[in-house]
Design a protein around this ligand. Structure first.
Ligand SMILES: Cc1cc2nc3c(=O)[nH]c(=O)nc-3n(C[C@H](O)[C@H](O)[C@H](O)COP(=O)(O)OP(=O)(O)OC[C@H]3O[C@@H](n4cnc5c(N)ncnc54)[C@H](O)[C@@H]3O)c2cc1C
Length: 469
């Protein structure tokens, strides 16, 4: 009989599901959304990182040991496995402002090291060269005249253009949906939430309980739930780092014509904001002092935020979720005392606007937050003031440690991924970034196969994947 694995969470978990199915394992993939890639993986800034975002993690090593190196490894792994994830090189401006935690000199030194690292990979592997391009093109120092018309005068001390790709979620989703349909032994359970994972008596493995009462028996379980990691399975214990959760919004709008001519932008470790420009016109942008609405310890979100993640088109959910995230009565007192002034202003607006009828109040609160994000980001990129019909995407970041964006040594400036397997065969997957998703998924597949006693190669790697179709 084929072993059965229940994979919970259809973001990076989709890669785990297809990876296991390719190895002849029966897979049940569960998600409370109505389909794959609808959670944090769909609502971020869609950047397949090549490391330039993470100058805060200094040590370069031969192996992929700092955040920037992990980003390069993750991007190469994605493009090797799913070239459609981001088919074209992108264009980004990395901008160092007068309040950046990284000086222009330190950033240039960092870019040199990252370029050397990329060049060493490209010299050893033609596939890496095809993605990374020639070393001299990797990071180009900009003439201030290039960016001056597009950023607030006087703030930017250094601009560097890089070639990171933008994720094409539509084409990735289509490929993964096809794989799920064509691979044998895959069962999908969408629109259902997992309530609990319990050890299965006598036979081993686990029982996965869904909210509709279904109980799925599995020889192993892979928990890829991102914002629910801690809830389904308390994370404490040896080898598991402490975590924290940020409730976040991302603004989404048709980009103003003035911004379509220039690359996406990232304001590096200071005033904190960035935007991603998609080929067909839309942009996503964040002003970090506004968009990070609340932070709490552990990996878990309030019920009202979960309800919003599932139905962001419902204004009543905005009312409930933003009231819970922002108002002092429900927010953690210590966190409230440290939060940026923009959030205090929004919290006061929530209290006033909440007096209206629920749907009108929710719509007004959504728009008030959207306006604050526009105002925050326009203080860096004035053209963004011209955007109309801004829609907010609710999302969540789970961080290693206590994420303090304003602490130069804080974990938000260094990212990693991990997986672990407990004695019942429950494998927890923390991808850290979408860019690390394939690395984390491949590691989880390997752990699951090992737990199931399936063959792995002597080096501990799973055998080469069998192509679908
Ligand atoms: C604002 C923002 C911007 C980002 N930008 C980038 C970027 O540009 N590049 C990058 O590499 N990374 C980025 N990230 C990080 C990236 O989005 C995440 O690291 C990655 O998507 C996490 O993948 P995941 O599969 O673990 O989570 P998800 O994609 O959220 O998948 C988890 C799934 O589990 C489901 N689930 C949860 N609990 C349950 C349950 N109990 N029962 C059933 N289903 C459940 C959810 O519905 C969800 O679909 C960004 C994150 C944020 C918040």
């Amino acid at each position: 009989m084929r072993p059965r694995v229940c994979v919970i969470g259809a973001g990076v978990g989709t890669l785990v599901a297809t990876g296991l199915a390719r190895h002849g394992v029966e897979v049940v993939l569960v998600d409370e959304h109505a389909g794959i890639l609808r959670g944090a993986s769909a609502n971020g800034l869609a950047r397949l990182h090549l490391g330039y975002h993470y100058a805060g993690d200094h040590e370069f090593a031969h192996q992929a040991e700092n955040t920037a190196q992990r980003c390069v490894a993750g991007t190469l792994a994605w493009l090797r496995r799913y070239p459609e994830v981001a088919p074209r090189p992108g264009r980004w401006w990395q901008l160092i402002t007068d309040d950046s935690m990284t000086s222009p000199e330190a950033y240039l030194a960092f870019c040199r090291r990252l370029g050397e690292h990329q060049a060493s990979l490209a010299a050893a592997d033609p596939a890496a060269l095809a993605v990374l391009g020639p070393a001299q093109d990797a990071a180009r120092v900009l003439d201030p005249a290039d960016y001056a018309p597009h950023v607030r005068p006087g703030r930017v001390l250094l601009g560097v253009e890089t070639r990171e790709r933008i994720v094409d979620l539509g084409s990735l989703r289509a490929t993964l949906e096809r794989e799920l349909r064509e691979l044998p032994g895959v069962t999908l359970r969408f629109g259902r939430r997992v309530r609990a994972v319990e050890p299965r008596p006598k036979v081993g493995g686990s029982i996965v309980e869904l909210t509709d009462g279904e109980r799925v028996g599995a020889d192993a379980v892979v928990n890829c739930t991102w914002h629910d990691l801690d809830r389904l399975q308390p994370l404490g214990g040896a080898g598991t780092p402490p975590m924290s959760t940020r409730l976040r919004v991302v603004a989404c709008a048709e980009s103003p014509p003035a911004l379509r001519r220039v690359p996406s932008m990232f304001f590096h470790r200071g005033v904190l904001g960035n935007h991603t420009l998609f080929d067909d016109g839309p942009m996503r942008f964040v002003s970090e002092p506004v968009c990070n609405l609340a932070t709490s310890p552990g990996a878990g979100v309030p019920e009202s935020w979960r309800a919003l993640l599932l139905a962001p088109e419902d204004p009543v959910r905005w009312l409930e979720a933003l009231a819970a995230a922002l108002t002092p009565a429900t927010a953690d007192a210590a966190a409230v005392s440290q939060r940026p002034p923009a959030l205090d202003a929004l919290a006061a607006q929530v209290v006033t606007l909440a007096r209206r009828a629920p749907a009108a109040a929710g719509a007004a609160i959504h728009d008030a937050v959207a306006e604050a994000v526009v105002a925050g980001y326009a203080s860096l990129v004035p053209a963004v003031r011209a955007v109309r019909h801004v829609r907010l995407l609710p999302t969540v970041t789970t961080d290693l440690g206590e994420a303090d964006l304003y602490d130069p040594t804080g974990s938000a400036h260094r990212r990693d991924w991990w997986t672990r397997c407990d004695e019942h065969g429950t494998i927890t997957v923390y991808p850290g970034k979408f860019t690390f998703g394939v690395l984390a998924a491949e590691d989880a597949v390997e752990r699951a196969l090992r737990h199931l006693g399936r063959p792995t190669t002597p080096a501990g790697r799973v055998p080469e994947a069998v192509p679908v179709g």
